[in-house]
Design a binder for this molecule. Structure first.
Ligand SMILES: [Zn+2]
Length: 249
């Protein structure tokens, strides 16, 4: 198995701020991601012909249909990230089911939706079964492995593509306010380690964060490095999940 590099972008847009009834300035902070940050990311991905996965809060797809079409049109995967960026650990099973169904229906307009990532990476274990029941093939919210793996949930299977805070731009840039060169150095070190150990490198980035100002150079720098390195396959969550579920593999 080679090391896999997955570029995942959570397009939250204004959804979390609307749900939490934050002021309009916070709403514009989210809007920056859709209007500006997203296009910087798409440009970098286009330049290097690299496919990515976009986890999208379905409200954003309703409000910014043209921008989400642009993601799909350029060949990237569209996956589910709630409707209004809900904290699923606070929802009842019936509320969660309603949100999953509604958001999947909205996003299906842009292609088949087989993946889910819990907003804030918060969920309870029962949600995994519900995801499998609702036809999701994979989840990308848990933190218990360096590798993607398959969960056996009764008669159903769900691939898990684990994430981590140290590869999350929100933590490093928004919370810690690290300068771009430090973040690039840290992610470079991590990518090299993943390649040496044939593990999984799942970058979680947000258009409103990595797409702001000079930070986009970190993404470009990381992809430039990945192109040069052998033994790393850059792919989408969809392709990796399908590979894991392929009989005989
Ligand atoms: Zn999110």
């Amino acid at each position: 198995m080679p090391a896999y590099m997955l570029l995942t972008f959570d397009l939250d847009g204004e959804a979390p701020y609307i749900l939490k009834k934050r002021d309009y300035v916070q709403v514009t902070r989210g809007l920056y991601g859709v209007k500006t940050g997203l296009y910087k990311i798409l440009q970098v991905l286009d330049k290097r012909r690299i496919p990515a996965t976009f986890f999208i809060s379905a409200y954003v797809a309703e409000m910014h249909e043209k921008d989400v079409y642009e993601i799909a049109r350029r060949g990237h995967e569209v996956a589910s990230h709630g409707y209004l960026h809900e904290d699923f650990s606070q929802l009842s099973a019936s509320e969660a089911e309603e949100v999953l169904t509604k958001s999947k229906n909205i996003l299906s307009k842009f292609g088949s939706v087989i993946g889910f990532r819990a907003p804030y990476w918060r969920l309870e274990k029962w949600l995994l079964e519900l995801l499998a029941l609702k036809g999701f093939i994979y989840d990308s919210s848990l933190m218990d492995s360096d590798f993607a793996y398959t969960l056996e949930l009764g008669s159903r299977k769900l691939v898990e593509i684990p994430v981590s805070y140290h590869l999350d731009d929100w933590v490093l840039f928004e919370e810690k306010q690290f300068p771009p060169d430090i973040v690039l150095r840290s992610w470079t070190y991590e990518l090299e380690w993943c390649i040496e150990n044939e593990t999984l490198f799942v970058l979680t980035a947000h258009p409103q964060v990595i797409g702001r100002g000079s930070r986009i150079r970190v993404l470009d720098g990381l992809l430039r490095l990945a192109e040069k390195l052998e033994k790393v396959e850059v792919t989408t969550c969809r392709k990796l999940a399908e590979k894991l579920l392929k009989p005989g593999d």
